[in-house]
Design a protein around this ligand. Structure first.
Ligand code: GLU
Length: 425
């Protein structure tokens, strides 16, 4: 594949999207018109937002909201605070959100937001002012029936709480459904924080039942110990998986006989550090190439690339981050018999419970954590089965990503057809 390098010096996620769209064009019978509609976001809104810093100076932060597609329902997707955020990245992530909502069949379209900022360099007051400024800047573009933001990398329930409050100050009325991922004490759903990880664990269980990988106690390496990676580690450990390695941005830990996960959590809760007796410290790059049953990239995009794809020794990959595998690496792994369970399916549990949160906000009836998790498990199981069916319908060579994309794209285009935005398919 002739891939151009994006602003991050590697193929961009959107090129993954384009490559995958081209790959499924034949099986999904996509016309040039379909492709034209899917390759472009509906709207991009960029802003440079001034924020008063603690020392009295003003800093200007490049900020983005990309609304990719709303044929199936209001735009939906998180807001990321990260120094590497740019228009390309937000475009790509918005595209993935549109497919993700379609793959799990929740009635939303896809969007994404981001601010180019290193949030660890901000005080709490600065973080609050930036969060509020983002909402007052994009106030006309978001709303519970138009575009519903949520957390993403480096944004959490507190940030969502400030954002809800800011929106309500601007519009002058309670509007809990404007944003999801809020704390349960402020209209958030129980079970939202752990939802992406629980969804991933469900998908991995279901996936391993369809392939001959791992046996009774599959070994797993998890890259990333943020909200998604840490909760996934806990769920997998509880389900009898052997988590042999974890890492955060500073590096990783490896113990071939299995990490003592509960102790790891106690230490992390106390110190914020990854520490485990018996474990060896390893760099992140080494974690990715460990000989495990399942490798789980759960940090950020572009982790499995042309540089390291030949060194990957895992038997399967579960993408819990968005876009962690570049197109060339994805093709290489497929060709070498390493199935990759794609992000739009594996990590869709978060937005699924975001949808449940929006339903609770809309009906004003709040659910128990058991109810939320039961509904999440059912939604993920149905989505997995539907993707597995699309995969089986092919000539046996269709990858999991191709199957998931086919299901998602079909659903988006069907809605576009009902709306008469494209001719009958
Ligand atoms: N940021 C999450 C994702 O990439 C969740 C989005 C949402 O809940 O809207 O799936």
């Amino acid at each position: 594949m002739d891939a151009e390098l994006g602003s991050r010096g590697v193929e961009t996620v959107c090129q993954t999207c384009e490559v995958e769209l081209d790959r499924i064009a034949e099986v999904a019978m996509l016309t040039e018109q379909d492709l034209e509609l899917l390759r472009q976001p509906r709207r991009r809104i960029n802003a440079n937002i001034p924020v008063r810093m603690d020392d009295g100076s003003v800093e200007v932060f490049p900020s983005f909201r990309v609304q990719y597609n709303d044929a199936r329902g209001p735009m939906k997707g998180g807001i990321r605070f990260h120094p590497a955020v740019d228009e390309d990245e937000v475009d790509e992530l918005a595209f993935l959100m549109a497919l993700k909502c379609a793959v799990v069949d929740i009635p939303f379209g896809g969007a994404k937001g981001g601010v180019q900022v290193d949030p660890s360099a901000l005080s709490t007051g600065e973080l609050e002012r930036l969060s509020r400024a983002y909402i007052s800047e994009f106030q006309d573009d978001i709303g519970p029936q138009t575009d519903i933001p949520a957390p993403d990398v480096n944004t959490d329930g507190q940030v969502m709480a400030w954002m809800r409050d800011e929106y309500e100050q601007v519009v002058g009325r309670q509007t809990p459904g404007v944003i999801t991922g809020k704390p349960p004490g402020l209209g958030g759903s129980k079970g939202r924080t752990t939802a992406t990880s629980l969804g991933g664990a469900e998908v991995l269980d279901a996936f391993l039942e369809t392939v001959d990988i791992g046996g009774d106690s599959p070994t797993v390496a998890v890259q990333g110990f943020g909200n998604v990676g840490s909760h996934l580690t806990k769920f997998l450990h509880e389900r009898g998986y052997d988590v042999v390695a974890v890492s955060n941005a500073d590096g990783g830990l490896h113990d071939a006989s299995g990490l003592a996960v509960p102790a790891l959590f106690d230490e992390h809760a106390d110190t914020g550090d990854l520490v485990a007796a018996e474990a060896t410290e390893i760099p992140n790059e080494e974690l990715l190439t460990l000989d495990v049953d399942v490798l789980v990239p759960a940090a950020i995009e572009d982790q499995i690339t042309e540089e390291n794809m030949a060194d990957i020794r895992a038997d399967a990959v579960l993408e819990m981050a968005n876009g962690p595998t570049t197109p060339t690496a994805d093709e290489y792994l497929s060709a070498h018999g390493v199935p990759v369970v794609p992000d739009i399916l594996a990590n869709a549990g978060g937005v699924t419970v975001s949808y449940f949160e929006w339903v609770q906000n809309t009906t004003n009836e709040y659910w128990t954590v058991d109810r939320v998790q039961e509904k999440l498990r059912a939604q993920m199981a149905t989505a997995f089965e539907a993707v597995a069916q699309v995969k089986a319908e092919g000539d046996g060579t269709r990858s999991w990503r191709e199957a998931a994309y086919t299901r998602a794209v079909d659903a988006v285009l069907q809605a576009e057809t009902y709306r008469s935005n494209i001719p009958e398919r």
